[in-house]
Design a protein around this ligand. Sequence first.
Ligand SMILES: [Zn+2]
Ligand SMILES: [Zn+2]
Length: 451
Amino acid sequence: MSYSLSYDSQSRLVISDVHCTCPLEHKEITEDIYVGEGIAKNIPAYIRKRNLGTRCTLVADTNTWALAGERIADSLTAEGFDVNPCVIRREGVMDPDESAVGEVLLAVRPQTDFLVSVGSGSLTDITRVNATRLRLPQVCVGTAPSMDGYTSAVCPLILHGCKIHREGKCPEIIVCDIDILKTAPLKMVCSGVGDVLGKYIAKADWMISALVTGETYCPVCGEIVTDAVEKLLDNIDEIKSRSAKGIRILTEALLLSGMTISIIGNTRAVASVEHNIAHYWEMMQLIHGKKPPMHGSSVGVATLLAWPLFLRFADEDISHLDLDKIKAQRITREERVRWMKEAYEEEAANSIMRDNPGDFLTWEEQKARIEAAQAHMNEIRSVIASLPPLEKIRGAMERLGSEMTPEECGIDTKLLNLSMHCAKDYRTRYTLFKTLDELGLLKDYLADYPL
Ligand SMILES: [Zn+2]
Ligand SMILES: [Zn+2]
C-alpha cells in the first residue's frame, strides 16, 4: 500500500500511484488543486486550462474582497473574462445562512459559466451550494487555512437558525496562494491546526470500527492523513510564525485530509467523535442564539477531551464482562427517542434519527459487538498505542496559543456535559464512545461530566 505526492510545474498538488489493498474503490482526484506562493496571478490560466468559460460571478465579503477578491476580479477582467462581483456586506461575521445563500443566487446572472469564491469556510460553502444547485463549476480561492472544507462535498449552512448540511460538490479548481493564506489571523490558523489534530481520533475510531464492526478501513487514506498530521506536528513553530513553509504545511494537511473524501467518497478519515462534539457545540449555540465557536478550534478542544477516554480504555480488562448486567442496563427505543430530544432538542433530534436509522442496536447486535471487542482487545490496544503522546498534542496547541478548554470556546458546563454524553448519538458512524456505551462503560468514563 502506497501513494505518491508531488507538484506539477504549475503548482498543482497531485496524489498519484495510489496502491491499496482495501476493497474500497479509490477514485482518482479530478479536481485541480493548486498550492504555492504568489499563484493567484495564474487563476485566469488555471480557468482556461479547464475550459470553464468566460462569464463568472465572483463571491467575496468585504474583507476578502479587499484582501484578494478585487485583485483577482481585475486580473480576470484584464484577461478577457466577464466578472460579476457579489460582495456580501455584514456587520461583523457573515453567517452561511439563507440570506447569504440567497444573495449569491440572486447575484448570478442567467448566462453565467462558473462561480468563483474568495474566502474560507462560509464563503466557500454558500458558493458551493449555489454552484451545485445551478450545476455550474466553481473556482475556490482560499483565504485562510482555517478548516479542511475546501475540498468537501457537503455544505454546512444555517437555516432558520439551525445548522444543516446540504449536498455540495468539490470545486473544480481550488487555489491556495500561500502569500494570501499567511495573512490570516493566528486565530484562524489555530482553528486549522485544531481541525487537523482531530484526525488522530478519527483514524483511531476508524481502525477500532474495522475490528469491532467489520467496517472497511482504507490504509492509504489513513496514511495520507497521518503523514500530513505528523508533518504539521513537527512544524508548529513555523506555523505559529506564519512563515511560508509553515502555512504551506498546514494548508497541505487540510487539503490532503479533504482529498481523502474524494478518494473514498466519504469523510471517514477526517471526522469522528471529535467532530460530533464540535458540531453539537456549534448547533446548540446557534439554537440558543449564542455565537458558535470556530469549527476547527472546537474540534481541537474536543480532541483533547476525547483522547483520555482512549488511553483509559487501553488499560481496560474487558474479558470478564457481566453480560446480564449490560443487557439489563439497555434503554428501550422509546427511552432513546426521549433522550435524543432532551439532548438535541426536537428538530435536530428528529433529523438525526431520520438520517441514522441504524443507530439503535438489538441485544443480539450489541452482544456480537461486545464479543468482537473482547476478541480484538489486543489489536484495539495497539491502535491506541500508535497514537502520539497526548502531551505532544496539548503542547502543540499551547505553543500556538490555541483555545484549550470548552470554556475558552464559549461552551458552558451544562452544554459540555451533555455533549460528552450525546456525542455517540450524532450519527451511526462507529466511535470508541459507542464501544464504551455498548460495553456498559460509558457512564463511568464520563463521571466527570454529570448530567
Ligand atoms: Zn472539520
Ligand atoms: Zn484503500
